[in-house]
Design a binder for this molecule. Structure first.
Ligand code: SF4
Length: 437
């Protein structure tokens, strides 16, 4: 309800006599870095946080007609590396003499060094408390303030959910895929009731081995091109499980066609693009040959997302593999009698992995690269040559230290035990998670 009121109030002036809080939200369009979206999400954590601010504050949404200079405080939700880049660009527009106090939060937050360019304070993790105390200058274990930690050397806790928002049936995931921040940074609530977050799935969406394949539309993920990779990253999906599941699904192809969208993370540090993709397509081919033709087809759309070493996960310090992983959009990858496999129009490129990694691994001494780096992103985002071009803006010593572009030949796959040992030590430290610069 509070979020709806905020939406209606977005274009009204601030209440006279109250402290002025502007809420700034960016969508994910890196080629529109200076544009503030005209709409604001009705739900979500940011809307809930804004709804909890006390009556002594007047809260408005920053739009083209309400600029940051009119605010005493600017609250910003960073949902991605793109939105971080947007904020860096946006703050350059703000008149320094009328600059509001900038407090950032959101799922992208992980390090303080990069934030020091554009924010005065940051709240790490889930913010389920009224912000009044923080706006008034109070301290919190999850709060970084530039004035108190200008060199960004402090340790901060990753705040965990205290309450469920109205749209939430649960938080976190009980599975432990090693690449997935959601399971490692957000506690899984209500475990006694099972995986309640499944309620948040859309119709037809679920884990690969749990989704109802009798439906005409299925949405799921396998997150690894090969069985070896899936087992290494804790996905625990064998080729045999893929085959058995698809064969079971195929029994409905006599009644109706099935359209499945499957997310696949690829370009893990140890992967090799052509052979690993061939391995996955081989599974689909073997199922297709076993079916001997069906009345309708199973159409599989694979959406390839380039692996990036996400913060707070056991894979946080893995390398970014820049092998030849760019897979064309809407390509037919396999066309059999019962199964058609193609790529979607939304495959992510190594570009996103590079940007995320640079933003989260930068140290204070590296901040000079941010401006030319963001300028390079805006100029070359759509070009195929972007990765090479973008990397030319980063000195080789930095690429080496950030572990971007490690040659595939030198990448060694960690063993299953090593990965899970890392996971264990990571979990042990979760209660006092440090935010490293
Ligand atoms: S990737 Fe794995 S851990 Fe993350 S939400 Fe999916 S199943 Fe859960």
């Amino acid at each position: 309800m509070a979020a709806l009121q905020l939406q209606r109030l977005s274009r009204e002036p601030f209440d006279v006599g109250k402290l002025r809080v502007g809420a700034l939200y960016f969508d994910n369009k890196v080629n529109e870095l200076t544009r503030v979206p005209a709409t604001f999400p009705f739900t979500g954590g940011f809307a809930s946080v804004l709804g909890m601010i006390g009556p002594e504050y007047s809260v408005r949404i920053v739009t083209e007609s309400l600029e940051a200079e009119e605010c005493d405080y600017l609250l910003v939700s960073l949902i991605s590396a793109w939105s971080y880049c947007c904020l860096v660009v946006y703050m350059k527009r703000v008149n320094p003499s009328r600059r509001p106090y900038v407090l950032v939060g959101g799922p992208f937050l992980s390090t303080t060094a990069a934030l020091s360019l554009c924010a005065d304070a940051a709240f790490f993790g889930r913010c389920d408390l009224p912000l009044d105390g923080i706006l008034a200058g109070g301290a919190h274990p999850s709060l970084w303030r530039k004035t108190e930690d200008p060199e960004c050397v402090g340790m901060y806790e990753l705040a965990q959910p205290g309450v469920l928002h109205p749209y939430e049936a649960g938080t976190g995931c009980p599975r432990r895929c090693l690449f997935c921040r959601y399971t490692w940074s957000v506690a899984c609530t209500k475990p006694a009731l099972g995986f309640v977050s499944r309620n948040r799935f859309r119709p037809g969406e679920d884990f690969f081995d749990a989704v109802d394949w009798r439906q005409p539309r299925v949405l799921t993920a396998i997150d690894g091109l090969t069985e070896r990779t899936r087992l290494l990253v804790g996905k625990n999906l064998t080729d045999a499980t893929l085959r058995v599941t698809l064969l079971r699904a195929a029994s409905d192809l006599e009644l109706h066609g099935i359209s499945a969208k499957i997310y696949v993370i690829h370009a893990y540090p140890w992967e090799s693009p052509p052979s690993d993709l061939t391995s996955l397509l081989g599974v689909f081919r073997s199922v297709d040959e076993e079916l001997h033709g069906t009345r309708h087809k199973l159409t599989i759309a694979l959406q390839f997302n380039h692996f990036y070493p996400d913060v707070f996960t056991p894979m946080q310090w893995e390398a970014v593999n820049l092998g030849d992983f760019v897979i064309g959009k809407r390509l037919v990858l396999y066309d059999g009698r019962s199964i058609l496999v193609r790529s979607t129009a939304f495959n992510s490129t190594p570009l996103a992995a590079i940007i995320r990694t640079v933003c989260t691994r930068l140290r204070m001494a590296d901040l000079w690269v941010v401006d030319p780096f963001i300028a390079a992103i805006t100029r070359h985002e759509a070009a195929t040559a972007t990765v090479t071009r973008l990397m030319s803006f980063l000195p080789s010593y930095l690429l080496s230290r950030l572990d971007i572009g490690t040659p595939i030949a030198s990448a060694v796959a960690p063993t299953h035990d090593v990965m899970f040992a890392r996971a264990s030590s990571y979990r042990a430290s979760l209660s006092c998670l440090s935010i490293l610069t």
